[in-house]
Design a protein around this ligand. Structure first.
Ligand code: NAP
Ligand code: ZN
Length: 346
């Protein structure tokens, strides 16, 4: 299937127009025309090889929504014309304990990333969502509720699920005090979900200009983190803090804000290790944890939750030729709050 997209051809090279073929439809596949693709900071980390060697040319993009154009003979879940979404992975082994529990994101044999990796045949390079068409095994696609404004849906497929999953796992809800560090693509979804689940929610941000947006999205408190004394003055009363920051951060400053038995979840992936003092953890039986996206059943649950609560990402819709500038602005924390590419411009 002839496909037009944008690719990085080498480490940190600007993305350029790129044409390639996608596979012909298999019996379990669904093919769709992409409407929008979100720009996740993970795309930038990988184009810039901040996580180690990448595969080039790379067509990034793992926040993908569109409309089904054809379905394989064995597919019952989708019909032509349905709205469909694809996230961070397009396959998994399907046999390990994690896959059998619906936690394909933690597949013991490794999930197949939507891009910057090989498909399970070990030779076909996976190309992502910065493109106009997509083909995927229908088991790795979700149905998108028709009432949602599609421009704000693509980011739910990564940013959305990545915050929904830990909020559910660590039981954010009424009576719980939740902190979200970083009001970017992931963080603003965390704020919306934490509020929809009924938690008291504090945003920690190094961008004072984001306060009014945070309040409009429901934040109960907004803490500017530029002055370390501000954090030091806060009491240890949080049940759950989610760190979505894409850069190095002193986790100690936030661990100290956890009450007894509370948890700090690492979600941002800056590449360098964090440093944590044992005393900070053991003095209040605190936990330091991590969380990575979510499995297919939870991805469908999250998007259905968004349908019921009309939860969408705040987006700035761009044309394909703006991708490189959007990368620079994202790195500068100048994104409100997710760039989404209009796939008709590829
Ligand atoms: P993003 O839109 O760029 O947001 C990151 C936010 O972090 C910024 O908006 C900013 O918020 C804050 N920040 C950035 N630089 C900072 C600095 N030097 N000091 C303090 N705060 C800073 O990125 P994203 O797409 O949300 O992704 C965030 C991170 O999560 C990335 O590392 C990404 O790779 C990772 N990620 C992880 C998963 C997972 O499954 N765990 C999934 C997707 C992405 P303020 O301006 O409010 O401070
Ligand atoms: Zn992502």
């Amino acid at each position: 299937m002839k496909t037009r997209g944008y690719a990085a051809t080498a480490k940190s090279a600007p993305l350029i127009a790129f044409e390639f073929d996608r596979r012909a439809l298999r019996s379990n596949d669904v093919a769709f025309d992409i409407a929008y693709a979100g720009i996740c900071h993970s795309d930038i980390h990988q184009v810039r090889e901040e996580w180690g060697p990448s595969i080039f040319p790379m067509v990034p993009g793992h926040e993908i929504v569109g409309t089904v154009t054809s379905v394989g003979s064995a597919v019952t879940k989708f019909q032509i014309g349905d709205l469909v979404g694809v996230g961070v992975f397009v396959d998994s082994c399907g046999e390990c304990e994690e896959c059998l529990r619906g936690l394909q994101n933690y597949c013991a044999n490794g999930m197949t990333g939507t891009y910057n990796g090989y498909e399970r045949d070990g030779t076909t390079v996976a190309y992502g969502g910065y493109s106009n068409k997509f083909v995927v095994d229908a088991n790795y696609a979700v149905k998108v509720p028709a009432n949602l404004d599609l421009t704000g849906v693509a980011p739910l497929m990564c940013a959305g699920i990545t915050l929904y999953s830990p909020l559910k796992h660590w039981q954010a809800g009424p009576g719980k005090k939740v902190g979200i560090i970083g009001l970017g693509g992931l963080g603003h979804m965390g704020l919306k979900f934490a509020k929809a689940l009924g938690a008291h929610t504090t945003v920690f941000s190094h961008s004072p200009s984001k306060e009014s947006d945070a309040r409009n999205m429901g934040a109960d408190d907004f803490v500017v983190t530029n002055d370390p004394k501000t954090l030091a003055a806060l009491p240890a009363n949080f049940d759950l803090i989610l760190n979505t920051v894409s850069a190095d951060l002193n986790l100690e400053d936030y661990l100290r804000l956890l009450k007894i038995d509370a948890t700090l979840v690492v979600i941002g992936l800056p590449g360098k290790p964090y440093s944590v003092g044992a005393g900070t953890l053991l003095s209040k039986r605190r936990s330091l944890a991590g969380s990575m996206i979510g499995g297919m059943p939870e991805l469908q649950e999250m998007i259905d939750f968004c349908g019921r609560h009309n939860i969408l990402s705040e987006v700035e819709v761009i044309k394909a030729d703006y991708i490189n500038e959007a990368y620079e602005r994202t790195v500068a924390s100048d994104v409100k709050y997710r760039f989404v590419i209009d796939a008709s411009t590829f």
